[in-house]
Each structure stands twice: as C-alpha cells, then as structure tokens.
Design a protein around this ligand. Structure first.
Ligand code: ATP
Ligand code: MG
Length: 438
C-alpha cells in the first residue's frame, strides 16, 4: 500500500531531535516549548493577555485587512470554498483575526488600552525552503487603543527582551517611519517621479506596482531593482511635524532603554492603514530568510475593518526561524524523567503501575517500563531514559509491599517499604535534586 506523506512545506515537530550526521533533520519540541514559555512569561509581566482566534476566516477579512496589492493576498493565501460555497481562507497572519475579534467582541467598549498576544500556525502558499514553509508559526503582540510613542517602544522592547532572554546574538534591528497617509501621499509622488524613468529596468512585479503600490518597490528582492531603489528619495524627508515628533520620541526612548537600532528608510509597508513606526529584526545567521520579527503601527486598520477609529501597534515573530537560530546556538537536551519503574511478574507489574501513578500524583515525572522483558533489558532502558533513579519490583517486593530504589549514577541500591517511600516525598525530591547536581 502507498504510504501517506505530510504535505510539502509542513513539518512534524518531534519529542526528540532527529539527527542526520551533525545536522538537525527534524525540529524537536523542547526548543519550541522553551520559546513559548519565555514568551508567555515576558508578555504576562508586561500585562499582555493571550487571545486565540480561529485558524480560518472569511476571505474578505484578509483581502481588506492585509490588502489586495500585497504578495500575501495576491499569491500566497490558502483560499477555498466550503460545502456551502463560502470563500474561506486559512489565516496567513494573526493581526487581521485579532482586529476582527476586537471589533466583533466590542473589546474597545472596555475602554483604555488592550494589550494582547497570540501564537499559532499560519498558512501561506510559498516556495518552501529553510525558514520558509507553508504551515509556519508565529508569536505576536498587538496593543490597541494608544497613539502614544511609548506603546511603540513597549512592544519593541518586548521583542528585544524575548530574543535576548533566549540568548540570540547577531541581530540587527531596523527602524523606519512611514508617516501618516498625507506624508505618504507626498512621498509617493516623489517616489513615482524618481522611479518612472527607470521603469524598463525594474523587475516585472515592480513595474506593476509603480502605479498600484509604489512604496512596495523599495523592498523588492530583485538585485537590479534594489540598486535603483538605493538612490530613491527617503521617506524620512517627507514626514510632517506630527510624524516627525512621534518618530523622534520613539528613537529617543529606544536610546534611553539601551536598545540599539539602525534607520532604514527603505523599510516600508505600502498600505494606507500602516502609519508611523515600521520595524524589522534580522539575523545574520539565517541566510536568505533573515527576518525574524516584523511589525509596526497600523492606526488605520481597525477603522478599515469597520470598527471605531483605534490606533494600534504590534509585531509578529516567525517561530521556525527563531527555533532554527536556537538549535544552532545550543541544541536542546532531550527531556528526562525523575524515576523509571522496572517490574517483572504479574503481581509486581500491576503493583508497579499503581506505584507509578501514586508518584506522578505526588509531582514526580515517572516512566513505567511496559516491556515485561528480562530485568537486564529493562535496566538498559532505565539508563537511556535519563532518570536519576530506578524503582525495582519483583515477586518478593510485590509480596512484602517493598521496593528497591537504585540510584543510577552511583549504582547504590536500598530496599524500603512502599509506604515509607510515599510518606517522605520531600526527602525523595531533595535526593533526586542532589543526584541531578552531581
Ligand atoms: P518574508 O519577507 O521573509 O517573506 P514577510 O514580510 O512575508 O517575510 P511577515 O508577514 O512580516 O513576513 O511575518 C512576520 C514573520 O513571520 C517573518 O519575519 C518571518 O519570521 C515569519 N514568516 C513569514 N512567512 C513565513 C513562512 N512562509 N515560513 C516561515 N516563517 C515565515
Ligand atoms: Mg513573505
């Protein structure tokens, strides 16, 4: 029979790393869990609350929320008709769904500022390569309801905190302002005037964008277009007073917090609801897929999607790229258990199961050997499990209500009653801790 395979551009994340030679072939879950735990901790300490929105939504949400002129909507969405002939799309990013929920659930009615974070799978039909998949994962934050430049700086600081806590190095943080829609209209004119004489030399996507969305030409990946864009006028020269003040304040406060950044006037988001701050964090260790984090301010989006005029700012980090970086930095240790239960003989086996359950209930991580193999074989598995100690039950122990406790590192073994073992879980816990520290 034909064996079924996972789809191109999707990945299994396994409990233990799969090594092929020195290379990690398949990602392992402990790196992901480390990232998720660090993110949750950092977000909660800044009073951000988790939000979970559906993985699929009406196609129109993304068309309006991301913009039809973008690559994501134009080429990358997983869009399909359901059985009732509705057009649905697997979410390609998190912001549109969060803003939809903010409006639909009237989160704005609570007043003040909403600080939200999310994580989960996203879907884009792209050419899969290292750091680029069709099902990938993001963690992201959104702050809704504040125009204050401190909100921009707060979300930026959360991103750098997270990346630093995880120990990442070789990161560059690029910053820009795209002003407000009026600033951008003036800049757009200047940009089109500059680019038009080069029209024939631009890549074909960029030629298309010249009339529809010229700002996006600045982040074209085509070399020739990039060379032309290098000398284009800078949007920073077109900021009005309000935008200038906002941007100066963001820069000043980043400096006060000791967060280093580089200005990059070609970092743009072409759509009208993007305003002011735009930023990206790149790693020099990722090859072509260098951007780990992207975000900025989107003061026009909530209104664009039918909600009340609400300023907002946020970012998203790509978790595949982040875990790739972490795994090259320090490959995760395989997870281990505290105790490994070895038993042989009918009575001892059911006694072992009961003892394992009681110890799990007391807070220990316990692995029960299910093989019913010879003791020697079970001991070998106990060694491989990474447990600090092994509990051994044979016919005699099951009969007497005792158990052999064997410390795997020293080989030291003692017999005690199961009742005594369970009566002194604190003693056992500190002995396990001591054994781990050796
Ligand atoms: P890129 O220029 O690499 O295509 P993007 O501008 O499309 O990125 P965003 O929409 O800003 O990316 O998404 C934020 C982050 O999500 C990216 O910086 C990246 O880390 C991650 N990401 C985006 N698309 C993918 C993908 N197909 N596979 C893995 N990660 C992705
Ligand atoms: Mg992309």
């Amino acid at each position: 029979m034909e064996t079924l395979q996972s789809l191109t551009g999707t990945e299994d994340i396994l409990p233990k790393p799969q090594l092929v030679g020195q290379d990690i072939k398949v990602a392992d879950i402990s790196t992901w869990q480390r990232v998720e735990a660090a993110a949750r901790d950092i977000f909660h300490r800044a009073a951000y609350r988790e939000i979970r929105t559906p993985i699929f939504e009406q196609t129109a949400l993304f068309e309006r929320g991301i913009g039809e002129a973008t690559d994501v909507v134009g080429k990358e969405m997983y869009t399909f008709k359901d059985r009732s002939d509705r057009s649905l799309t697997l979410r390609p990013e998190g912001t549109a769904g969060v803003v939809r929920a903010f409006i639909q659930q009237s989160l704005y009615a609570q007043g003040g500022v909403q600080r939200l974070w999310y994580t989960g799978p996203m879907f884009r039909y792209e050419r899969p390569q290292k750091g680029r998949q069709r099902q990938f994962h993001q963690v992201g934050v959104e702050v809704l309801g504040s125009r204050d430049p401190r909100a921009d700086v707060e979300v930026l600081a959360l991103a750098t905190d997270l990346l630093q806590t995880l120990g990442l190095r070789n990161l560059t943080f690029f910053l820009n302002s795209v002003g407000n829609p009026e600033d951008r209209a003036r800049y757009r004119e200047a940009l089109v005037a500059y680019l038009t004489p080069y029209k024939d030399q631009l890549d074909s996507d960029s030629q298309d964008r010249l009339s529809r969305n010229p700002l996006r030409i600045l982040d074209s990946k085509d070399e020739k277009t990039q060379a032309i864009a290098q000398a284009a006028p800078s949007i920073l020269d077109y900021l009005g007073d309000d935008s200038r003040r906002h941007f100066d304040s963001v820069q000043q406060q980043l400096t006060d917090l000791g967060i280093a950044f580089e200005l990059n006037p070609r970092l743009v988001r072409g759509l009208d609801y993007y305003t002011h701050t735009a930023f990206e964090i790149q790693s020099s260790d990722l090859g072509a897929q260098a951007t780990v984090c992207g975000g900025g301010r989107y003061d026009g989006l909530v209104k664009e999607l039918g909600g009340p005029d609400t300023p907002a700012v946020g970012w998203a980090i790509g978790l595949e790229r982040l875990t790739l970086l972490l795994e090259t930095l320090n490959p995760a240790a395989a997870p281990t258990v505290d105790l490994y239960v070895v038993s042989r003989g009918e009575k001892a086996e059911s006694n072992g199961l009961l003892l394992a359950q009681k110890l799990r209930g007391a807070g220990f991580a316990v692995e029960l050997d299910l093989s019913a193999a010879a003791f020697g074989k079970q001991f070998k598995r106990a060694d491989r499990s990474g447990a600090a100690a092994c509990l051994i039950l044979g016919d005699a122990e099951a009969e007497n209500g005792t158990v052999q406790l064997k410390w795997l590192q020293s080989g030291e073994q003692l017999e005690l009653t199961q009742a005594d073992l369970l009566a002194d879980v604190e003693g056992l816990r500190s002995q396990l801790r001591a054994a781990r520290e050796v």
